[in-house]
Design a protein around this ligand. Structure first.
Ligand code: ZN
Length: 302
C-alpha cells in the first residue's frame, strides 16, 4: 500500500462511548497469530515463486477444513517484471443468497530481499484464515460473508496505479461484469493489523458510513481507543472497490515501528526485513477480529 497523506491527529479523538461490553467470545487472536506465523515460515511469498504456490495450497487446504465454499480467480498480470501468475482465493461462508459482506486482505509479499512480511501480507492472511474457522462454526450467520485472499497487492517495482493492487482490480472487474457488485453490502479490508502497538487510522478514501459502524462495534467491545484516533489517506486494495461504487473501508495501522525522516513513511519496519513476528501481538488480532465480527453483525441488522 502507499501513503498518500497524513492529516495528523483528530482534533476531537473519540475516546469514550457507551458502557463497554466484555470482550466477545468467539474470536481467538492467538489462532490468527499462529496462522500468521505459519504463513511467514513459508518465506518470501512473491507472485510466481514456489513459496507463494505452497502458501496457495496451504490456504486452500485450511479453507476446506473450515467448511468454506472456495473459488479461485486465476489470471496472468502484465507487470514491469513481465507476466506473473496471480490467484485470488474466495472463501464463501453462510447462506448462498443475500447481501454479501466481504473481508479482504492480501497474501503476496513485496519483491524485496529477505522480506517475509509478518505484518504486511502475513497478518491479513492469518486473520482471514482465523475468521474462516470462526465463521465456519457459526450456525447463526444470517447473511453471506466472503473472505477475499487477494494476490498482487504490492507493486512489483515502484507503486503506480498500473503497478499495484493487481488482484483487487481483477476481482472487482469480475464482480462488475457478472452483476454481483450491487449485492455487496460492504468490503472490510484488513492490512497490517497485527502491530503490537495497534492504532487503526481513519483512512479518508474509505466509505464513512461503514467506518461509523466499525467505530460503534469497537466502542461496544471496549476497543474504541485502538480505532480512528488519526486520519490518513492510503492507496490500497479498497480503491478498486470504491471506484466501482462498492462501499469499502481500509482498516490498517500505518505507523509500524519508529517513525521519522530516516525511515519509510509508514515506519521503520514497513517494507523492511525487520517486519517479523516479534513486532506483532495476539492481542491486536483479537481486537481487530472481534471488531470485524461485530461490524458484520451490525451491518446485517440494517
Ligand atoms: Zn506492503
Amino acid at each position: 500500500m502507499q501513503l498518500l497523506r497524513w492529516a495528523g491527529a483528530l482534533a476531537l479523538a473519540v475516546t469514550c462511548g457507551p458502557t463497554a461490553i466484555a470482550a466477545p467470545k468467539g474470536f481467538d487472536g492467538k489462532l490468527a497469530f499462529n496462522y500468521t506465523r505459519e504463513v511467514v515460515e513459508f518465506g518470501e511469498r512473491v507472485p510466481g515463486s514456489a513459496a507463494h504456490k505452497r502458501l496457495e495450497e496451504f490456504i486452500l487446504r485450511r479453507l476446506k477444513l473450515a467448511g468454506a465454499r472456495v473459488e479461485s480467480d486465476r489470471f496472468t498480470a502484465d507487470t514491469p517484471r513481465g507476466p506473473l501468475p496471480m490467484h485470488n482465493i474466495i472463501a464463501k461462508l453462510g447462506p448462498a443468497t443475500g447481501r454479501i459482506t466481504m473481508v479482504a486482505g492480501h497474501y503476496d509479499t513485496k519483491f524485496l530481499p529477505n522480506f517475509v512480511g509478518a505484518n504486511d501480507g502475513g497478518a491479513s492472511t492469518g486473520m482471514l484464515l482465523a475468521l474462516a474457522d470462526t465463521l465456519g462454526r457459526d450456525a447463526d450467520l444470517h447473511s453471506p460473508v466472503w473472505l477475499l485472499f487477494l494476490d498482487g497487492e504490492e507493486a512489483v517495482k515502484n507503486w503506480t496505479d498500473a503497478d499495484s493492487v493487481y488482484g483487487s482490480r481483477h476481482l472487482v472487474q469480475h464482480f462488475v461484469q457478472t452483476g454481483l457488485a450491487p449485492q455487496i453490502r460492504a468490503v472490510l479490508l484488513v492490512d497490517m493489523i497485527g502491530d503490537r502497538d495497534l492504532d487503526i487510522a481513519r483512512e479518508t478514501n474509505s466509505t464513512r458510513w461503514v467506518q461509523d459502524f466499525i467505530a460503534s462495534a469497537a466502542q461496544q467491545l471496549g476497543y474504541g481507543k485502538y480505532f480512528f484516533q488519526q486520519e490518513t489517506a492510503i492507496s490500497d486494495d479498497h480503491i478498486p472497490f470504491l471506484h466501482a461504487g462498492i462501499p469499502a473501508v481500509d482498516l490498517g495501522d500505518f505507523t509500524y515501528g519508529p517513525m521519522g525522516p530516516r525511515y519509510d513513511s509508514m515506519g521503520k519496519y514497513h517494507h523492511s526485513p525487520e517486519d517479523t513476528m516479534d513486532k506483532l501481538s495476539a492481542h491486536s488480532f483479537t481486537v481487530v477480529g472481534a471488531v470485524v465480527l461485530r461490524t458484520i453483525e451490525l451491518l446485517g441488522r440494517q
